[in-house]
Write a protein that binds this ligand. Structure first.
Ligand code: GUN
Length: 173
């Protein structure tokens, strides 16, 4: 899809196509539509990220809370978004053994209890061992630093989703 096609979309089509660039936050795509025309992928992406950066901390935490746990209950139930399902599959999280799944569920629960939002990581760039390692490492960080890291991961996920939609090569992340 080229940028002219993106710029020609009406509101409904734009939100249909880009509504899940930020997981379960179609409001962001709805706001970004008003900023068209976009000059290229980077420009489009800049508007998504600027919206996130301009939110108060409560809104930024809200974005994180819209993400499902990695290898969590929603994956078991089959209620993930198509994008999250693909990313978790490519990280090998859909074929974990019971022990590994339990260990991740414990770490996810500890993380959520400490920070008040779920652990978010650009799963497509990862694998089960790295997810576990990152979770254990980030669990002990100061909350303000962790919020910044988690929002950085949201942007990596958004970058990969946008690049895929536009058929572009993702930047090296
Ligand atoms: N990384 C890529 N997709 C997702 C997701 O849906 N949830 C979390 N927690 N991390 C992700």
């Amino acid at each position: 899809m080229d940028i002219e096609k993106v710029n020609s979309m009406d509101f409904g089509e734009f939100v249909d196509v880009f509504g899940n660039v930020i997981e379960r936050c179609p409001l962001i795509a709805a706001a970004v539509w008003s900023q068209r025309p976009f000059s290229n992928l980077e420009d489009l992406e800049k508007h998504f990220f600027a919206f996130i950066d301009a939110l108060p901390q409560s809104g930024q935490e809200g974005i994180l809370r819209c993400h499902p746990d990695l290898a969590g209950r929603e994956l078991q139930r089959g209620t993930l978004t198509a994008e999250s399902q693909r990313e978790q599959r490519s990280a090998g999280l859909t074929s974990l053994g019971a022990d590994e799944r339990l260990r991740l569920a414990e770490l996810n629960a500890q993380y959520r209890a400490r920070f008040g939002f779920p652990f978010v990581l650009a799963a497509r760039l990862s694998d089960p061992a790295a997810v576990r390692r990152e979770l254990a490492r980030r669990l002990h960080r100061p909350p303000a630093q962790e919020l910044r890291t988690a929002l950085g991961e949201v942007k990596k996920i958004g970058h990969l989703r946008l690049a895929e939609l536009l058929g572009a090569h993702p930047a090296t992340l």
